[in-house]
Each structure stands twice: as C-alpha cells, then as structure tokens.
Design a protein around this ligand. Structure first.
Ligand code: PLP
Length: 362
C-alpha cells in the first residue's frame, strides 16, 4: 500500500479528508434523494436548505454582522477584480491599491480597465528581505472610491495581519488564501472576497461579504452575474450557482465548526507555520526571504542554498508522499501551502524530510 500523501498545492488545494469521505459516501444518493446533489435543482427545497445552512455557518464562523450580505457567486477570485470596480465606482473615480505581490498587482491592472487605480505603496527589498515601507510613506487618497489590498499573497508568501486605516475609505480585501484561517473583524471591511479553492472548497465558486451601504452602487453596464445587489436580492441564485461547489463549501464549514471554529484552527495554523519556519531558519540549507513580521501562515516559500538541487528535492519529496512543493514559476524555489485542511502530521513529515535531505546533501 502507498504511504499517506500530503498535498501542499497552493490551489486548487487539499480539502479535509473527513469532507471528502462524506462527499464520497453520499455522491450518488444525497440525503435519500436517489440522486446526487449536483443533479438537483437549485430551486428545490433540499438545496435551498443546504444553501441557507452553509451561509449561516459561514456567517457564524466569521461573526459577520447583520448589516453585511454574504454572497456565493461565480468567477473565482479574479472575477472580483472586475466586480469590485464595477460595483463600487463610477468611470472617472480613483481607487487606492496596496501592492504586496502578484495577486494585488493583478487586481490593479484589471481595475484600470474601469477606473484610475493608484498604487499607494509596493513591497521593497531591505537587507535581503521583502518588506513594506512604513505606513507614513504611503500616498493615500482620501477621495478614493475604495482601498484594495490582499492580506495574504499566495504566490509570494507575504501576509499582513493588521488592517490598514483609511479614514473612511472602504477597505476591500482579497482574502482568497487567508479567509477562515484566522480571526478577522468584518466591521473593518467594506468588501471581503475570496475564490474558494484555497480554504473553502472547489474552484469556480467565490464568496463575497459586502456591507449593505455598498450594495447598491453598481454601474448600469455591470454584468448581472457580477452585480452585488442583484445577487443579494436573489439569495445568490440569480443564475444557476455552482451547486456542487456550494455543497462542498457547506461541508467544509461544518467541518470547521466541528474543529472548534476559526479560533481553534488559527492556533493550529500558527503551530504549523512555526514548525515549518523554524525548520527553515535553523538550517543554512534553506531560506525564506520575507520580513518575519510579514511571513504568511498559509503559503510558505523557501529556497535551497543550492538551486541545482531543486529538482532532486522535488523528486525525492514526491517519492516520500509530499506533493506539489514546487514554487510558483515567478518566485522559483519551493512553496508549501498549509491551509486549514493540512494536518499537523503533514507539516511534521515535510520538516523531517527537509532535515534529512539537508543532511544527505549539505
Ligand atoms: C487564487 C487567487 C486568486 C485567483 O483566483 P481564481 O479563482 O483563479 O480567479 C486571486 N487572489 C488570490 C489572493 C488568490 O490566492
């Protein structure tokens, strides 16, 4: 029999084993319906109940206040790169953007199709480490339609654990790879959005949490399927939602509740990240180039001292059941994504492998 495999993919990423087993057990006969949940009408009573329960669990997990809507929609994270400017601005508006890596950069270029996107600050290299310039050097615009940032950069492994203060300008956060991994105060945001395939479920689905005051501002030319108000009024069923993805997301939320909620998973995530960064820091064979205060708990990039050993590392890791550790092509090296679903045993197995590999090749 094959050893257990730990999948460190950045996204689509591993889902909790318990969730996969449950989905398997009810794959062709969901709740005695005699068919799969993916074969049922989204307007049927059982599916509507499923959708309501998933929404209620997500609201509870994140303590979403009553004056926010939670939307389940199409188009992943990138769909929101267009939905945000279309819903929150008019054509000649300006919007502030903080650029800390490739996803926040991508949001700027998409936003520029609809308004004037200004970059208030970008990450810099200081003493060989990637960091943020101090807050008082950022060029903030008090008249901006909104301020956009990405609290966790999936590719770069750069995470900001505080919310930038914007003096009343609504804060929009791309939380695709950090949502549900740590406690947040939803009140500090105008819009939170996330593609599902990192910490929620399968790709294609996205979750949007929007303050009611921002619901009703979409430009007339906004495609209906991106329009927050229309989606909200139709309980996220204006058109056929990605039903199977929504179902799996609902199972993941139930799993998270059973784990003790966001607070409990946050502690585990902290432990996992500490284990891995300690292994990197304690061995000259490995390096991480992010200022420690901005290190990501979800995506941990690391380099080998000798990049010529990269392919051997990846090959032997794969052989040891440690999958998908290759870094993103624009960063190189390795990257271990350790989302909520990654058990601590996966991280321990990776750390043991890294120590052993360094000993054999150092
Ligand atoms: C994965 C990701 C996206 C893109 O998601 P898609 O579903 O591919 O559009 C956007 N932002 C962040 C931070 C991501 O991690």
């Amino acid at each position: 029999m094959q050893n257990e495999v730990f999948n460190f993919s950045a996204g689509p990423a591993m889902l909790p084993k318990e969730v996969m087993l449950q989905a398997q057990s009810e794959f062709i006969d969901w709740q005695g319906q005699g068919c799969s949940v993916m074969e049922m009408s989204h307007r049927s009573k059982p599916f509507i109940e499923l959708a309501q329960k998933a929404t209620a669990n997500l609201r509870a997990l994140l303590a979403v206040p009553d004056d926010y809507h939670v939307l389940f929609t199409h188009g992943g994270g990138r769909g929101q790169f267009s939905a945000v400017p279309l819903n929150l601005s008019v054509k000649d508006d300006r919007a502030d953007h903080l650029v800390t890596g490739s996803w926040s950069k991508g949001a700027v270029s998409e936003a520029n199709n609809y308004l004037n996107a200004d970059v208030v600050a970008t990450t810099i290299e200081e003493n060989g480490l990637i960091t943020l310039p101090s807050r008082d050097t950022w060029t903030m615009n008090s008249k901006a339609a909104y301020f956009h940032y990405c609290p966790n950069e999936t590719v770069d492994g750069f995470e900001i654990d505080w919310v930038p203060q914007t003096e009343g300008v609504p804060v929009v956060a791309d939380m695709s790879s950090t949502i549900l991994s740590r406690k947040i105060d939803v009140r500090q945001y105008g819009v939170i959005y996330a593609g599902a395939q990192k910490n929620i479920g399968p790709s294609g689905l996205s979750v949007v949490i929007v303050h009611d005051s921002l619901l009703n501002r979409a430009r007339v030319e906004t495609p209906s399927i991106l329009q927050y108000d229309l989606i909200a009024k139709n309980d996220s069923m204006y058109n056929t939602p990605p039903t199977f993805a929504w179902y799996l997301a609902g199972l993941v939320f139930e799993w998270l509740v059973a784990q003790g909620g966001v607070e409990a998973i946050e502690q585990r995530n902290q432990q996992k990240a500490q284990l891995l960064y300690r292994a990197i820091d304690n061995n000259d064979f490995y390096a991480n180039r992010i200022d420690p205060q901005y290190r990501s708990r979800m995506n941990v990039p690391f380099q080998l001292a000798d990049p010529n050993l990269d392919s051997l590392f990846l090959q032997q890791a794969e052989h040891a059941g440690l999958k998908a550790l290759k870094g993103h092509r624009i960063v190189g090296g390795m990257r271990a994504s350790i989302y909520n679903a990654m058990p601590i045993e996966g991280v321990t197995a990776l750390v043991d492998f890294m120590n052993d590999f360094a000993k054999r090749n150092g």
